[in-house]
Design a binder for this molecule. Structure first.
Ligand code: APR
Ligand code: PHB
Length: 395
């Protein structure tokens, strides 16, 4: 058995785990990152792609934004579509110049991995089966086992950054945490297409047949989504069927419709709202998807992960450098205030734009009225804009 001593043991090399490890390094705090998947898998997994203003600022001030600044696409507005007509929400105008940046989550992951390697960080991909031990006491440790070989990572703290299906949250004793959950009666079928975007901004479209989203990844790649049934079989969706449905739902009265291209990737994303409280137990601190999930409509997932680890890294800095554990004790409460606001916004965007099969005619009319209010009232649009570009880090 091999034994390593570190200050913070981090489970998971997604945006949360990698950014935490990098921020800790900037504060002179040593960490080890354990990841079950390969580096290539982490770098190629297509996920969300919208960074709030605060996330961009954070990546910049942490010195990991040089490629983001070159390749990221700054968007100063989004479009909402209703009955084949688009309405622009001028995000920057409504938020004193803030904007979002379209940049794939896997690009953020690539940049962070490259930086951790350049800084000689201890990152262990394909590490085997990870387990958490002695989390109640002052000397917790992680064990990873692969092909009969075991490694132990002894640390002061464990950061559970291993996503919704990870091992950290289930390692906490039953009854210590409370989960709050909502599932939705639909999913998203997403494709990545080799087609240059023909719109400058994202288009969120309400349609009688269900929601559709027009997004992008680069000047050569379009990302598109269709609301579908949660039990949908992807094999039932040929590329032709997908394009036909995208044209029906996204096509606008002025003649605009998405440009087709080779489908490079397709998949189904399920929708769930989930929060665990508190986000900490003993020496284990949960961050990102390990602690909360939002439906993708508000584009908040990666941003919440970034906000959590910012609070956690700062709390750990105060602990090691100022000998004060007050911030660490407040970690969960500080994060949850913002998490719940993002939950509210993501739930609201989802409810606003999707087709609910069981909605009564009255409820459908209310949904349309709300969309019309939003696209016709500066005050209503300002609330959407404030949330979409991201609420202040601590709110
Ligand atoms: N041991 C080690 N690593 C694990 C384990 C485990 N038992 N289980 C999962 N992991 C790894 C996963 O392979 C993944 O690389 O943890 C990482 C978690 O990363 P993410 O799922 O990307 O979660 P997070 O870093 O919190 O980022 C949140 O991801 O799902 C999206 O929309 C979400 O954008 C949001 C972002
Ligand atoms: C994406 O580009 O993947 C994307 C954009 C906006 C969303 C969700 C996903 O709300």
């Amino acid at each position: 058995m091999h034994r390593t001593q570190t200050q913070v043991g981090i489970v998971g090399a997604g945006p949360a785990g990698l950014m935490l490890s990098h921020l800790l390094q900037l504060h002179g705090i040593h960490s080890v990152v354990l990841e079950t998947r390969s580096r290539q898998y982490c770098e190629e997994r297509i996920r969300a792609g919208v960074l709030e203003q605060g996330s961009v600022d954070m990546l910049r001030s942490a010195g990991v934004a040089s490629r983001l600044d070159k390749e990221g696409m700054r968007h100063e507005g989004i479009e909402l579509g209703l009955n084949r007509v688009r309405h622009r929400i001028p995000l920057s105008e409504l938020t004193n110049g803030k904007a979002v940046t379209v940049y794939g989550q896997h690009e953020v992951v690539k940049d962070l991995i490259a930086r951790r390697i350049a800084d000689r960080g201890d990152m262990r991909f394909e590490c085997g089966t990870v387990s958490l031990h002695a989390i109640d006491g002052p000397r917790p440790f992680l064990r990873c086992e692969r092909e009969g070989e075991a490694d132990e990572i002894h640390c002061d703290y464990i950061a559970g950054c291993d996503g919704f299906h990870g091992i950290s949250r289930p390692s906490i004793p039953d009854g210590a945490l409370t989960g709050y959950e909502r599932t939705y009666p639909f999913a998203w079928l997403g494709i990545l297409a080799e087609a240059p975007p023909t719109r400058e901004e994202l288009l969120y479209m309400y349609h009688d047949r269900g929601f559709a989203l027009y997004s992008m990844r680069s000047p050569a790649l379009t990302r598109l989504y269709l609301q579908c049934r949660p039990d949908e079989d992807i094999d039932d969706w040929s590329d032709d069927r997908i394009w036909s449905e995208l044209h029906t739902r996204l096509g606008c009265a002025d003649g605009w419709r998405p440009q087709e291209g080779r489908v490079l990737q397709k998949g189904i994303t399920w929708m769930r709202s989930y929060v665990i409280e508190p986000m900490q137990y003993g020496r284990v601190y949960l961050a990102g998807d390990a602690a909360h999930i939002v439906p993708p409509t508000g584009a908040k997932g990666m941003n919440l992960a970034m906000a959590d680890v910012r609070v956690l890294a700062e709390a750990m800095r105060a602990c090691y450098k100022d000998n004060s554990s007050a911030r660490l004790e407040q970690y969960s409460a500080v994060c949850l205030r913002r998490v719940w606001k993002a939950q509210r916004f993501s739930w609201w965007m989802t409810s606003l734009l999707h087709r609910f099969e069981d909605a009564s005619p009255f409820e459908r009319r209310l949904q349309i009225a709300e969309l019309e209010y939003l696209t016709g009232s500066r005050a209503a649009a300002a609330s959407l804009a404030e949330n979409y570009v991201g609420l202040p880090m601590e709110c």
